[in-house]
Design a protein around this ligand. Structure first.
Ligand code: ATP
Length: 311
């Protein structure tokens, strides 16, 4: 008798993007301690990769290489592994599964670019494929929201409006390609520490202000980098600068060298500069590197797709 045909590939590679928050409006903390957000997410072409390989049932392992790998926690604190376990618990409870995950990082750890969320998103998709699970993109996003506020967007990609804790995402109308220069800082920033500092500084926006700016949505629709640059905004930026004062100099330097707009990404400390073309991105990258205002620079474009199978 012929042996049954295996249901799918035994190994899958998925990549998922880093995110910028083009606008990040933060309200006062809710009763559950979370801050309500109104944000415009924008995925950029800086990707982490997760390879999922079928393993014996009950085996859940992860290895990490690349940018900041030594800072990523081992075992069950690793967001990619937590994602795999959660998916197995919810969608493969009847038939035990196992997986070995190999995570290759390009997104800096604790950089405000949601690298951990990208890894969780990539692991969810890769495991769903290798385990041959019947799970819709919407169901995957719902599961992602349990792992972290930015995971649903890492699955969706593109440009999107986020609300709630950031986990509710709706695609935004945007045209064209935007060019970014991304400046990595020497050390990461802890997201909870930045929110604590935000609370200490006080002055959260009144609920009436608590929306993403219309001018930003119009600039995205018009594919106009100069207008978009003028609308970039981040309520967490003062708190991030308070914790890493050198960020003020990084922001200033990029603007002096001709960026159309600049902001700290999310809780920082990565700084993103918007420019008008690929050539301008090369020039700005060289100027920032020569100036020494950051650890390293990368060029990226956006919007980039969400988590995708690449092999
Ligand atoms: P947040 O998504 O909380 O805003 P961030 O984007 O600044 O954070 P991440 O790189 O996502 O930073 O990591 C936040 C923390 O999550 C890290 O300091 C690390 O301890 C933990 N972590 C767990 N798994 C991962 C992972 N796969 N990659 C990066 N960090 C991870």
């Amino acid at each position: 008798m012929a042996s049954p045909i295996p249901p799918g590939p035994s190994s899958v590679r998925v990549r998922a993007p880093a995110k910028l928050n083009l606008a990040l409006r933060v309200g006062p903390p809710r009763k559950d301690g979370f801050h309500p957000l109104a944000t415009v997410y924008h995925a950029i072409s800086l990707f982490d990769e997760v390879q999922a390989t079928l393993a014996e049932p009950g085996v859940f392992e992860v290895t990490t290489t690349g940018e900041g790998a030594e800072l990523v926690p081992d075992g069950d604190d690793h967001l990619a592994l937590r994602a795999a376990r959660l998916l197995a618990e919810r969608y493969a409870a009847d038939e035990p599964v196992g997986v070995e995950l190999a995570v290759r990082k390009s997104i800096p750890v604790a950089g405000g670019l949601a690298g951990g969320s990208a890894d969780a998103a990539a692991a969810l998709l890769a495991c769903a494929v290798v385990w041959d699970l019947d799970v819709s993109p919407e169901a995957l996003r719902e599961l992602g929201a349990e792992l972290g506020s930015d995971v649903p967007f890492a699955l969706l990609g593109g440009t999107a409006i986020g609300s709630g804790r950031g986990e509710s995402v709706v695609p935004a109308m945007a045209r064209g390609t935007f060019h970014w220069v991304v400046a990595f800082a020497q050390h990461g920033l802890s997201t909870p520490a930045v929110y604590r500092r935000f609370d200490e500084i006080g002055d959260p926006p009144a609920p009436a202000d608590f929306e993403v700016p219309d001018e930003m949505l119009n600039a995205l629709l018009a594919a106009d980098p100069a207008r978009l640059g003028a609308t970039l905004t981040n309520d967490l930026q003062p708190a991030a600068i308070d914790l890493q004062p050198q960020l003020a100099r990084t922001l200033e330097a990029g603007l002096e060298y001709g960026a159309l707009g600049a902001l700290v990404s999310g809780s920082g400390p990565t700084v993103a500069f918007l420019v008008g073309s690929e050539t301008a991105a090369v020039d700005l990258g060289v100027a920032l590197s020569a100036d020494g205002v950051c650890r390293t620079v990368r060029r990226a474009t956006g919007p980039a797709p969400g988590a995708r199978i690449i092999g």
